[in-house]
Design a protein around this ligand. Sequence first.
Ligand code: IMP
Ligand code: MG
Length: 187
Amino acid sequence: MSEVNDSKNENLIIGDDVFVPLLTEEVIQNRIKEMASQISQDYVGKIPIFIGVLNGAFIFLSDLIKNISIDCEIDFFKLSSYGDSKISSGNVRLLKELNCDVNGRDIIIVEDIVDSGLSIKYIEEIFGKHTPSSISVCSLLMKPESIKYNVKIDYIGFKIPSKFVIGYGLDYAQKFRNLRSIYSLSD
Ligand code: IMP
Ligand code: MG
């Protein structure tokens, strides 16, 4: 049986890899409150639809909307790109479509992390086929040194170094999404 304990803010040893604490639960939650307050101000008088990109964004979206003070709706769609690897395959596939009608609505795409920007670019192409009234992008994390596509991220929680990270929704081979803090792979 393997056991991972993230309550002590210590390194995690996973197989041959060492992951070091990057963002604690408290730091993450404080930043999310700031982001939610900014979004609530920016969307006064509107009823935005938060669209989470599964699977990674589910925890972030849940904590974010608990701190949103205006009326809002949520939906999800699902993309696949990483498979079980630490490196993006460079291919994005749509695995679950939206259920809501986005025409004429204010859309806020919610991502766990923007790495190359390919996923966001793909999502923007999907929305290009519809006519929402506005689209913005909100990502908890961004790796500025990894960006390859020209995408605009309206709300960024943290800019982080280009290292593989896990926890708080982010997985490695589908595991470790349940960690409350975020850890990065050490060199
Ligand atoms: P992009 O399309 O290259 O911008 O990658 C975005 C997607 O890849 C994110 O939504 C994540 O699901 C995944 N991803 C990127 N970097 C990491 C990471 O460091 N850990 C886990 N997943 C990641
Ligand atoms: Mg993702």
